[in-house]
Design a protein. Structure first.
Length: 197
């Protein structure tokens, strides 16, 4: 079996013509959120994907196998619930549809549901309890078969980039320490001021 343990997000830096010619793997979200899985590519070869833990594979990403060949990842259409705002009940409020969607995203996020955010709709995995809740919030919920690309969120997304991201996180933390230190100093001045009074 062919092993693939390197992922190029969205094929960045690769010649588009090579990516277009590459065999592809069509994977649904259940598989793409795993870091280790076996799948069959469009050229019939079985590929064992072995990525760093917490990796998420997106449609458009490119896997590189141990023999140097490229495999393009395609997000497979799957059954999802597409949530859109009803416009019928709110002619006088032109932005309330967007607000309804924002409120729905908030409630779904609170339940840690994987959710795809788009400017005019949301997508979640089928769940009749959530569907009923959303309909009660005056939203339209339709079952469709489309690719599902939920938000990365706090878990998963920052690991995907490997070293580059980790380095970024480090500098970010230093920045925060510096900031905290500033506040600390400010606190002392403030106290001193009160002392004089």
């Amino acid at each position: 079996m062919l092993q693939a343990s390197k992922l190029i997000p969205q094929g960045q830096g690769l010649a588009p013509v090579l990516v277009r010619r590459a065999a592809h793997l069509e994977l649904d979200w259940d598989v793409r959120q795993k870091s280790r899985f076996d799948a069959t590519a469009s050229n019939g070869r079985t590929v064992g994907v072995f990525l760093p833990r917490g990796s998420v594979v997106r449609g458009g990403d490119v896997l590189i196998t141990q023999d140097g060949s490229l495999i393009r990842v395609v997000a497979a259409p799957q059954t999802v619930l597409k949530i859109t705002a009803c416009t019928a009940h709110d002619h006088h409020h032109e932005h309330s549809g967007a607000f309804d969607l924002m409120r729905a995203a908030y409630h779904l996020g609170n339940r840690h549901v994987p959710i795809e955010l788009q400017p005019d709709h949301l997508k979640i995995e089928p769940d009749h309890v959530l569907a009923d809740m959303l309909r009660a919030m005056h939203l339209t919920v339709a079952e469709v078969r489309e690719p599902f690309e939920p938000e990365g969120g706090a878990y998963g997304q920052q690991h995907a980039g490997g070293h580059g991201h980790a380095h970024g996180d480090q500098t970010h933390t230093q920045g925060h320490d510096h900031h905290a230190h500033g506040h600390h100093a400010h606190g002392h001045d403030h106290a001193a001021g009160h002392g004089h009074g």
